[in-house]
Design a protein around this ligand. Structure first.
Ligand code: CMC
Length: 431
């Protein structure tokens, strides 16, 4: 097929340029505007990146209109049904599903990197007693670069791989320690006999004076939620990780920047915000009043857990999680949980409402994840931390993909300057 091009004509100067089109394996092609400024003298303007591909990637594909999500080509539904978190993590890092030997070896490596340097404990003690676990997480993950210098040479593929393993392995230990600090309980060491999610539950909920058994239903549910959250192409936190990484910053610092970006309520913080919102609504009779507020442009209130930049159809992760919510609540919690019933009712009413229909606003992954976390006994301020643990795999895989490329350049967007034009300094006595 001949190479596609797009011709752009500047109606002001009459100059035309032909821009090459980069072909994808799936989804829309991208017009390569690398020469645009040099040849036409204009920047392109796209705040919020509505039409801009910031990179090329082989990791994750989203089709927002179809409500489709693929990791390395595999549909999320198939991975959710047949795979497990560490197997999918391997797939994301190395590009192919592991054979039995590769999986055992990977599991072993991750399991044996779960412990934290003892000196890190002092960091946790330094945080205020009721610090939000996400605040602790941002700080502690950033500090890892001060403890693991031997894996910060980003030009060395082995260093990159060890850093990736360390991050994936230590995130549950850091998350659990953040939680334990916030409730004033002693940190629990990882137990290498347990699975990835079993270990996390044990470190969060066991105490030295009691016996604790990991509930297999909780362990499995968490594993599934983690698979769903592993990656989501160039979302805000992943783009942050790539941008930080493009300057040559070490991977621990890059992942800390991703955690910070994830924290916001428009991104990973939405799962916590959904539960707050459901509590605030309180009763199905109040739904119309809250929907009216969500539709009112003058009111900043939005229906949390609804809408997505890319999905203009049901979020496929939300569909899986909604089903799981029924199962988990039936086994572990209360299927008649009033907040779950309220969520179902809210979804039903919103999906019939013209405002939501016209704007193609559907529930996203966060609409139901918080309810499952709650049934697992995980407190609301840990919801986004859970997201961060799983997303670390995506962040790390995206970072490795970027750093491994030839001719990788620093990400440096330009701007449309709207400040004052040149003016002369006025001395203090004349102002
Ligand atoms: N409630 C009410 N109205 C909404 C909502 C909502 N949740 N989401 C979007 N809209 C409206 C918005 O006001 C706009 O209306 P109009 O065209 O009249 O101005 C229209 O829908 C398009 O919205 P947008 O703000 O241009 O969409 P966006 O792509 O910039 O924002 C979003 C996407 C996810 C930030 C937004 O839908 C939102 O704030 N949702 C609630 C927060 C949330 O659930 N976030 C989790 C996202 S999924 C997990 C993750 O990726 O972290």
């Amino acid at each position: 097929m001949p190479e596609r091009t797009v011709t752009v004509t500047d109606n002001h100067s009459g100059k035309s340029i032909e821009l090459p089109v980069r072909e994808p394996t799936l989804g829309p092609a991208a017009v390569d505007i690398g020469r645009f400024f040099r040849e036409l003298g204009y920047f392109t303007y796209d705040p919020g990146f509505l039409s801009t591909a910031s990179c090329h990637s082989r990791l994750t594909y989203l089709d927002g209109a179809e409500g489709k999500l693929l990791y390395r080509g595999y549909p999320i539904e198939q991975l959710a049904e047949h795979s497990n978190f560490l197997e999918v993590a391997y797939l994301m890092l190395y590009g192919e599903l592991p054979d039995a030997e590769q999986l055992t070896s990977f599991r072993n490596i991750i399991t044996h990197h779960t412990m934290l340097n003892e000196a890190l404990k002092d960091f946790f003690r330094g945080f205020y007693h009721d610090a939000h676990p996400m605040a602790i997480m941002v700080g502690v993950v950033g500090s890892l670069s001060a403890f693991y210098h031997d894996s910060t040479d980003i030009g060395n593929p082995q260093h990159r791989e060890i850093a990736a393993h360390r991050l994936i392995a230590k995130m549950p230990s850091i998350a659990a320690a953040s939680y334990k600090h916030s409730i004033g309980e002693p940190q629990v060491y990882p137990d290498n006999r347990l699975s990835y999610t079993g270990n996390l539950l044990n470190m969060m909920f066991s105490v030295p004076c009691e016996e604790y058994h990991v509930d297999p239903v909780a362990e499995k549910a968490l594993d599934l939620i983690f698979i769903l959250h592993i990656d989501h192409e160039q979302n805000a936190s992943t783009s942050t990780v790539r941008l930080a990484g493009s300057s040559g910053a070490n991977p621990f610092a890059c992942i800390a920047s991703g955690i910070a970006a994830l924290w916001g309520p428009a991104h990973g913080g939405a799962n916590e915000a959904v539960l707050d919102m459901l509590r605030e609504i309180g009763d199905a009779r109040n739904i119309p009043a809250f929907l009216a507020r969500a539709k009112d442009r003058k009111d900043p209130f939005r229906l949390m857990g609804f809408g997505h930049r890319v999905y203009k159809n049901y979020d496929p992760r939300a569909r899986i999680i909604r089903r799981m919510c029924h199962e988990v609540l039936a086994k572990l919690g209360d299927e008649n949980d009033p907040l779950f019933e309220l969520a179902l009712r809210l979804e039903e009413i919103a999906l019939k409402d013209d405002y939501f229909i016209e704007r193609k606003l559907y529930p996203n992954v966060d609409f139901y994840s918080g309810l499952i976390y709650r049934a697992l006994g995980i407190p609301a301020n840990m919801f986004t931390v859970m997201f961060a643990i799983a997303r670390t795999v995506g962040w790390v895989a995206q970072w490795m993909e970027m750093i491994g490329e030839e001719n990788q350049r620093i990400g440096r967007p330009r701007q449309l300057y709207t400040g004052p034009s040149t003016r002369d300094y006025v001395t203090l006595d004349r102002r």
